[in-house]
Design a protein around this ligand. Structure first.
Ligand code: MG
Length: 126
């Protein structure tokens, strides 16, 4: 099972992402940017979902640091409530690989994840 690190500080948002992804992926979580870097360094996830507004170290800076480290090949999809003009450009400047806005579309999220990780394995029935 591929490993995804979810970086999100709001419990309800985190719960939603966990519900969407828990059957298909091994999940790791972090509630701030410093923790995100710590967990990513230790666990080497296959992909990171990154909120931008985070305590301690925000998602822009955490992404910038990850993308200038030995972990730079891990795809980072930014998920943000910031839907303002210029926000995507600003996020992409810190090196994220993809970008989507809240509220989360499950189909769009799964499309984006599969684009980086390949198609999901068929789950055996029963
Ligand atoms: Mg947040």
């Amino acid at each position: 099972m591929k490993k995804i690190l979810i970086v999100e500080d709001i419990g309800l948002n985190l719960d939603l992402l966990v519900q969407i992804l828990e059957d298909d992926f091994e999940l790791l979580t972090a509630g701030d940017g410093e923790k995100a870097i710590e967990v990513a360094t230790r666990e080497r996830p296959d992909l990171i979902l990154m909120d931008l507004s985070l305590p301690r170290l925000d998602g822009w800076e955490a992404t910038r640091r990850l993308k200038s480290s030995e972990l730079k090949d891990i795809p980072i999809i930014v998920i943000t409530a910031h839907a303002m003009v210029g926000e995507e450009e600003r996020a992409r400047e810190c090196g994220c690989d993809d970008f989507m806005t809240k509220p989360i579309s499950i189909d769009l999220l799964m499309d984006k994840i599969e684009r980086f990780l390949g198609p999901l394995e068929e789950q055996p029935l029963g």
